[in-house]
Structure formats: C-alpha cells, structure tokens
Design a protein around this ligand. Structure first.
Ligand SMILES: *Cc1c(COP(=O)(O)O)cnc(C)c1O
Length: 365
C-alpha cells in the first residue's frame, strides 16, 4: 500500500539524529521551557524571516493565543474559510470571538477575496487566511484588502512550512502566523507542537505569557492564560527535523510536478498550478472528481491510500450550522468538499510509487 504518510520509511540517519536529540534532553534533566525551546524558537523565527517565534502546545492554541494577544475576543468577528481543519474555527471560538465564513476560489480552494469583502462589517477585526494544502497566494492583495478595511491579517500556516510568496515566508505577512507541528505536517514533531511567529516583540511577549497560565514572573498572573507549552523533547526533535525540511519539501514539490505532468484523465481535475517556485509546498496534493468516492475506492484496490481534506465544510458540522457567513452562500466550498481527494505526496515515496499513483489514476474509468 502506498500510504499518505510513511514515517517508518524515514531515513535511518534521521532516526539516529533524533535519538541523539532525545538523549540530550533526557540527560539534561530539564523538560519544559528551557534551552531547546529557546534554540528552536530562534531557528524557526530565522527560517520564517521574522523577529520572534513562541513555541506552544499545538497549532490550534497558536491561533487562539495569537488572537488573544491581539486583544481579539468577545464580540469581535474574524473572517475565515469553511474549507479548513476544524481547529481553525474552533480556535476563533475558544478565543471568544465570532467566526464568519467566506467562500473559496474553486481553482485553489483558498479564500475568495470578493466573498471576504462581502463578510466585512463594523465588528470585523481580522481576516484569518488558511494557506490550505501548502499554498500561499496573492499576499500583496490580501495585505492591501486588510489595510483598506482596517482589519488585521492573520495566517494559519499549519500546512505551509517554507511556503513563500515574493520571496517572503508564510507567516511573515500578517500580524502573526500560526504553525502546527503535528506529526503529519511538513515539519512535524513526535507528538503535538505549535508556534506563533511575528515581528512584534510585544505580541511575542504576550503570547509567551499566555501560553504559561498568563504568568509574567514566577507565580504572578496579570492575565488568565492557558497551559500550552512546546516541551523540550519536542523542541529538540523539531530542531533535528528542521535540518531535513528543505530536502523533504523539495521532494514534495518534485512529486507534485510529476503528478501535474502525468495525470491525464477526463474524470479527474487538478487544482491550479502554483504561480511561483515555492508558493506551494504540497502538504497535500489534491485532485477533484465528480465521482470522488468511486475514485477513492478504485485507488484503494490498486494499493494507493487516499484521504479527503475535508469531506464536511465547517458550516456542515453540527455545532457550526448557524455560523455567520457570506450572504451569497458558500457554494464553492460545498462543491469542493464533495469532490476533493488527497493522494499520497510525501518525501518517502519512491519514483516507482509516484508512477504507480499516476498510472492508477489514469486507469480510472
Ligand atoms: C493541523 C491544522 C491545524 C491544527 O493544528 P494542531 O497542531 O493539530 O492543533 C489548524 N489549521 C490547519 C489548517 C491545520 O491543518
């Protein structure tokens, strides 16, 4: 079976480096908020081309903590997409703010700016872009749109490690970028992890206080925070895995180019190709078909695993049926949810695996 992720197939050299990192932490006798975290935060901020990074417990908390650090909460509206991991919207709700759902562009499944503009009202405080599947696009127009309306731009970068637009990294355009290091993400820990990146020193400091019970100095709590810390073991593992990220990303992009060149079946459509060299880092390679479920079944029979990101748009989830949305509806998101299928695209795939996936899709009738 060609899997969607295959951690057991990762290079032995990486395994050995990870074991060394784990032993370093084990023998250090210090497991939470220490040197490994500080070193990783500095390395990740540098890699993202920003001044600050704050490690947190997971990607969802990175969004909640960032919103709270920006003082976005009760009564404030945050516009985002219904075609995302549920965590994006849950984080807005956890921050006490009100999510408002805008529709997507069917060519990319990214937010449609015209729909976002229809959602803007007097209570709107921010637009939360999701760099879905690893795509970053048209950031100059998003920056301009948010400036024009006096709202914050926020980036959910959970799927977009090392993605760039105009040579700037994902997470460096908005007030902050939220990263997840869940194991399946392009940079993954061996458990949960996340980080918030930003250029504002005060915002980074507020995030560092919020992630640690709202504690400023030991046992003093000027605000009510969370317990959401990136522990030393995960930080050390992330530092190690960061050295492999560029190579792994290049391999993902290479596989995607091969898919774009090789997949040819009138029953299967592909999303738009990336416009710039690194504007898509292929966390997921997604195809579209009106017969999605039959295609998934066909690929399984051929030995190719698939997943659906995402089968139910956020407004189709029971607790979110009444959420505010674009008055023109969310038709493109609903259609995408019905047709999208993610096929394997990870760095451990061999050339033979890639060919097998292409041949299997092209044989679908
Ligand atoms: C994974 C993911 C999240 C949540 O990250 P966790 O670390 O699992 O909390 C948020 N948004 C998007 C787009 C994601 O893919």
């Amino acid at each position: 079976m060609i899997l969607m992720n295959d951690f057991k197939a990762e290079p032995e050299e990486l395994r050995v480096a990870e074991l060394t990192a784990m032993e370093r932490v084990l023998r250090s006798g210090w497991y939470v908020l220490g040197n490994e975290l500080q070193t990783f935060e500095q390395a990740w901020a540098r890699r993202c081309g920003v001044a600050h990074a704050a490690g947190v417990g997971n990607g969802m908390d990175a969004i909640e903590i960032g919103l709270r650090a920006l003082n976005i909460g009760s009564g404030d509206e945050v516009i985002t997409t219904p075609m995302t991991a549920f965590a994006t919207v849950l984080a807005i709700i956890r921050a006490g703010a009100v999510p408002v759902l805008a529709d997507i562009d069917p060519g990319t499944a990214l937010l449609d700016p015209a729909s976002v503009e229809r959602c803007i009202g007097p209570k709107t405080r921010a637009a939360l872009l999701v760099h879905l599947y690893g795509q970053v696009r048209a950031m100059e127009s998003w920056t301009a749109l948010c400036e024009r309306h006096g709202i914050a731009l926020i980036e959910d970068c959970a799927q977009a490690h090392l993605a760039q637009w105009d040579e700037k990294m994902a997470g460096s355009f908005g007030s902050f970028g939220a990263y997840s290091f869940y194991p399946t993400k392009n940079l993954g820990a061996l458990g949960d992890g996340g980080a918030l990146v930003c250029n504002d020193a005060e915002l980074a400091q507020r995030a560092a206080v919020l992630r640690n019970y709202g504690q400023s100095v030991r046992y003093h709590h000027p605000t009510l925070g969370l317990n959401s810390r990136l522990d030393e073991l995960q930080a050390a593992l992330l530092l190690t895995r960061l050295e492999w990220l560029e190579g792994f990303t290049a391999r993902r992009c290479q596989i995607a180019r091969t898919y774009h060149a090789g997949i040819a079946n009138s029953a299967v459509r592909l999303l738009s190709r990336p416009i710039q060299a690194r504007s898509h880092v292929y966390h997921l390679f997604v195809v579209l078909s009106q017969e999605r479920d039959r295609l998934a079944h066909h690929l399984k029979e051929k030995g190719v695993q698939t997943l659906v990101h995402y089968p139910v748009p956020v407004h189709g989830q029971p607790p979110c049926k009444e959420l505010q949305r674009d008055p023109s509806g969310l038709r493109a998101a609903e259609q995408h949810a019905a047709q999208c299928l993610s096929i394997p695209c990870h760095p451990q795939m061999s050339d033979a695996d890639v060919t097998k996936v292409i041949d299997s899709i092209n044989a679908f009738k």
